[in-house]
Design a protein around this ligand. Structure first.
Ligand code: PLP
Length: 463
């Protein structure tokens, strides 16, 4: 029997899901009683489950992905036509949407020039790590293989990208890890390290990276991999001074700067890329989620021409190219969807909207601080926002994880889906994460804030 979209028996679907699907990041025990939630429809910022419940989705598909919103027939139409014309050929050859999308993307990324296609954020980061490692072998006689990553940053789910992830609970149980990934301290001003220079925290935090480079030996460090704004680790933007100093340090020690834009990329923070707020020039940029807003699987590892050039020639012919392939990096659906996705972002001025609605959301959430003492900090940029809950504003002691779970549950019961740092890292499982689609309007933000107001008030009253 052919699969027909929108022609299904809900009970059948829920039963089949419960019996056979292994869900991501999920305890399955509760499903035995209630059955899993199955999302059957999406439109704009809203989704519906198989029981007919409507939700305002404030995290764009649970993991900050659907930047242009649900139900975009114009993307689906182009993808369909593309698949009928030419669905797949490995990226050893070119294809039309990949060529056209690369040009459009690079036009938004001055200083960068080459796009390597794969399928997920983790894979894009793996490619970046392999590029760094091959350069270490080609140019530095096998030295400079070390890759630095930051406490609280996340770079993916594979063993190598977990080896580059500063979130203990995500890594826990998956060791041993890949050698030569080295952690540097986080840069969260709200939770500045005790010994930090609080007056000049951004520069101080960047200087800690230099200390690690010197301790490891600059001739062993090939790259520094950072999120422009730490997303799942608690929505953390580095303060003034950090990025200029980071760039200076990378230049000084000949360390490639790799920026992971998997969350921030394609408009979420109000600029095309998060790093573009800080006046820096990365050597490598990776991106995934918002590239095609979840309409097709696609990720990109973008490099400077200088990095690309290093692969062109070598005395050893086996080293004269990047010896890597990604089978589905040759799918045409991804770049076709990404082209239309970018057009929508431009035509509907969604970067500007992210800036405006983000400012509106932050203002309204900061207003809630007067009402709810457990809101310790509200922060973010564009439509990437975090709300840190604490037991006490002076001591900043984080609330127990059960509090954040209860707030999320309460919002869900009121028809609003929010995200949280739950179970993601060592100490601070206490931050609500919001990343609504960039099409958000004031009314949507009002509904979100009202649901949070209600949930936080209710949960705090029982603490
Ligand atoms: N990098 C960052 C900053 C992420 O937030 C994520 C996923 O959440 C990834 C990489 C991994 O992306 P993916 O799940 O597509 O492999």
């Amino acid at each position: 029997m052919a699969y027909e979209v929108n022609n299904f028996d809900s009970t059948d679907v829920v039963n089949n899901d419960r019996d056979h699907v292994w869900h991501h990041l999920s305890h399955h025990k509760p499903f035995e009683k209630t059955g899993p939630m199955v999302i059957v429809k999406g439109e704009g910022m809203r989704v519906w489950d198989s029981k007919g419940n409507e939700y305002l989705d404030a995290v764009s598909g649970a993991v900050w992905t659907v930047n242009v919103g649900y139900g975009r027939a114009e993307i689906a139409d182009v993808v369909r036509d593309q698949l009928v014309a030419m669905n797949y050929f490995a990226q050893t050859a070119g294809n039309v949407p990949a060529a056209q999308f690369s040009k459009k993307l690079i036009d938004k990324m001055p200083g960068l020039s080459r796009v390597y296609f794969s399928n997920s954020g983790s894979e894009a980061n793996e490619k970046a790590f392999k590029i760094v490692r091959q350069i270490a072998h080609k140019k530095y006689g096998g030295k400079k293989t070390k890759i630095l990553y930051r406490d609280r940053d996340y770079h993916g789910t594979t063993i190598a990208t977990l080896s580059a992830t500063g979130q203990f609970e995500r890594r826990n149980h998956y060791g041993p890890f890949v050698p030569d990934f080295v952690e540097v301290p986080h840069c969260c001003e709200y939770r500045a390290q005790e010994e930090a220079d609080k007056e000049n925290y951004g520069v101080w935090a960047a200087n800690q990276i230099e200390k690690v480079i010197l301790a490891e030996g600059a001739d062993t460090v090939g790259a520094l991999c950072l999120e422009p704004i730490t997303a799942g680790g608690g929505v953390i933007e580095a303060p003034e001074g950090y990025w200029a100093r980071v760039q200076e340090i990378c230049k000084k020690y000949d360390v490639l700067l790799h920026i992971d834009e998997v969350v921030c990329g394609l408009g979420r923070t109000g600029s095309w890329f998060g790093y573009q707020h800080y006046g820096i020039q990365p050597d490598i940029v990776t991106m995934a989620k918002g590239v095609a807003s979840g309409y097709a699987a696609i990720s990109c590892t973008v490099t400077t021409e200088e990095v690309f050039e290093m692969f062109k020639e070598d005395e050893d012919p086996r080293m004269g190219y990047f010896r890597d392939v990604s089978t589905f990096g040759g799918c045409t659906a991804g770049p076709a969807a990404a082209l239309v996705n970018m057009e929508i972002l431009e035509n509907e001025n969604l970067l500007e909207n992210a800036t405006e609605q983000g400012a509106y959301l932050l203002k309204r959430l900061r207003g809630l601080m007067e009402k709810h003492a457990i809101i310790g900090d509200v922060r973010g940029k564009g439509l990437l926002v975090g709300i840190e809950l604490v037991k006490d504003r002076t001591t900043k002691e984080p609330v127990d994880e059960s509090v954040i779970t209860a707030v999320a549950g309460h919002c869900m019961a009121n028809g609003v889906i929010i995200g949280r740092t739950n179970r993601s890292f060592r100490e601070f499982n206490n931050t609500i994460c919001l990343a609504p689609a960039l099409i958000a309007r004031n009314e949507d933000m009002d509904q979100l804030v009202e649901a949070l107001d209600d949930a936080v008030g209710e949960v705090a009253s029982k603490m």
